[in-house]
Design a protein around this ligand. Structure first.
Ligand SMILES: Nc1ncnc2c1ncn2[C@@H]1O[C@H](COP(=O)(O)O)[C@@H](OP(=O)(O)O)[C@H]1O
Ligand SMILES: [Mg+2]
Ligand SMILES: [Mg+2]
Ligand SMILES: [Mg+2]
Length: 349
């Protein structure tokens, strides 16, 4: 199997980071601060990013990393940094051997943690090995008590080769009904993974990475009117009015399931939902590569097709953003063209 070591490290790194985010999710104080674009970041985002980068630097010291967060806010506020440091030093896998031998054990000091967080500052691009990290995707969902995902992808020369999504609040059961609810938390926590050319799998977030995942696949739909749509919860992230018109034109009567984060990609990849639409809300917003790299590969390896609203494949080689794409349409390969056509009619593109 290709990229076996990368996959193992990525799965374990996501699993460990998700232990940290789950702890923050359960705590009432999430240490939220506002970023320059007014979006939120929490101690969970910082801590998870530090742990993932520590594991990547130990195993692949020469690889570049594009990660969402930076340590500046923590360097300005020592009590916030201390809070994150307590989480980081207290989080390890149960499997001691995997923790030490694969992930490289704990981070040594608060300063090392801050430096690690800042190692995610690569400009990205089309050459070499570059990891994309979203330590908590769907931070707003995370704060609301909804879905969120810990996301990691490896790109080689601009192409996503390995994708891992840890979704602590999705059901383990691939056959569970599509819903954004998190219930009482029982039976929850799943990792979706894919390696290019080798299919996509899911397995419980809590078991060791040595356990084989189960193959997942998109649902085979012939009648689009019976399809279910997945969309963002946040109206500011995707145009919900346009999506409603598209659904209507396709004859879809079921209401969209609104779910935060790349949990949407994972959900359609395992056939719990059918179509994920992310429709541009502004002319200027550029999607970030860490919001899509893992999900794009997982859906394509599960039998789906992912393009932007102009029908172009997502291009991860343009730096930290998907500068040459607008919006996202992810659907089973057999019906993607049909969906794209209606999207273009409604958006007049
Ligand atoms: N105006 C906008 N349009 C599209 N996506 C946006 C956006 N503003 C923020 N986002 C992104 O939407 C992501 C969440 O996606 P979703 O809406 O599917 O839950 C955020 O990830 P983070 O939560 O990691 O910051 C953020 O990067
Ligand atoms: Mg964010
Ligand atoms: Mg994100
Ligand atoms: Mg994030």
């Amino acid at each position: 199997m290709s990229y076996a070591k990368e996959l193992l490290v990525a799965q374990l790194a996501v699993q460990r980071a998700a232990r940290l985010t789950k702890q923050v999710f359960a705590d009432s104080a999430k240490g939220t601060v506002s970023k320059s674009d007014a979006s939120p970041v929490t101690i969970g985002d910082f801590g998870a990013q530090a742990l993932i980068i520590a594991a990547l630097k130990k195993n692949f010291p020469d690889d570049e990393i594009v990660a969402e967060e930076e340590a500046a806010k923590l360097r300005e506020d020592d009590s916030l940094a201390e809070h994150v440091w307590n989480l980081v030093k207290g989080t390890r896998l149960d499997d001691e051997k995997a923790e030490k031998e694969v992930l490289g054990g704990s981070v040594q000091s608060k300063d090392e943690m801050l430096d690690l967080i800042d190692k995610g500052d690569s400009k990205g691009g089309r050459s070499g090995r570059i990891w994309a990290i979203d330590p908590i995707d769907g931070t707003k969902g995370f704060l609301r008590g909804g879905q969120y995902a810990v996301c990691l992808g490896l790109m080689v020369d601009g192409d996503v080769k390995v994708g891992v999504l840890g979704c602590p609040n999705l059901p383990v059961d691939d056959a569970a009904e599509l819903s954004a609810d998190i219930g009482n938390g029982e039976g929850r926590g799943v990792i979706f993974s894919a390696v290019q050319g080798e299919g996509a799998t899911s397995r419980p977030l809590t078991t060791g990475a040595l356990e084989e995942g189960k193959r997942i696949g998109m649902k085979k739909i012939t009648d689009l009117s019976a399809a279910s749509f997945c969309e963002s919860v946040e109206a500011g992230h995707s145009n919900q009015g346009d999506a409603a018109q598209i659904a209507q034109k396709l004859g879809i009567t079921r209401p969209s399931v609104r779910m935060d984060s790349q949990a949407k990609y994972g959900s359609i990849a395992r056939g719990a939902g059918d179509i994920y639409l992310r429709l541009p809300v502004s002319k200027t917003y550029q999607e970030k590569i860490w919001d899509h790299a893992a999900g794009d590969l997982i859906v394509r390896e599960a039998g789906g097709q992912v393009t932007d609203v102009l029908g172009r494949r997502l291009d991860f080689g343009h730096g930290r953003t998907l500068a040459e794409n607008k919006g996202v349409i992810a659907a089973p390969a057999a019906v993607h063209d049909q969906v794209l056509k209606v999207v273009q009619e409604v958006l007049s593109v």
